[in-house]
Design a protein around this ligand. Sequence first.
Ligand code: HEM
Length: 160
Amino acid sequence: MNTTHDAAALILAQMTANDIINIVSRALHILGAIMLGGGLFYMKAVLAPKGADACFAGRREIWAKWVGVATFLLLATGVYNFLVINNGVKADGGKLPSTYHALFGVKVLVGLGVMFLGAVLAGKTAAAEKFRANLGRWLNLAWAGVVAIVVIAAVLRTLH
Ligand code: HEM
């Protein structure tokens, strides 16, 4: 018990403020991904077969707000994480391979697509109603996007 405690204290003591900010940013990115990806998955797998009304239980605007929160978290921490990774590699005298930039570009574009679908499927406009008319199809596409993003993110981690 004491050894575990000492080890934890040592790790904390060696951390800089930047390390802590980077860990918080990474955790917030993953939480944003869980909120948006998990919400879309639950809708697709469980609720959508019962129709759009079942997806929201009369609380569409509450889900719309959380889509906004998750989108903000993903964008803010995603940009920050990229800068930290890019600057870190540069500080070590190297540079990220072009494959990294290409895959990262695809990840961001697919991410923006998933955010758009999440937002429009939860929206209140006439356009949102049109998207909801094909709810199952758009949710399948959004989920395929989430899967692609997670796979790309796993590959990106091996490239620096
Ligand atoms: C639906 C949208 C998104 C989802 C579901 C998502 C999900 C993820 C996941 C699961 C990881 C792996 C976490 C880790 O290993 O720390 C990751 C890493 C990352 N994401 Fe995202 N993300 C999304 C959008 C974005 C956006 C818009 C950006 C940039 C503006 C971004 C930038 C990054 C960066 C820089 C990494 C670290 C990659 C590396 O290890 O080299 N992400 N993302």
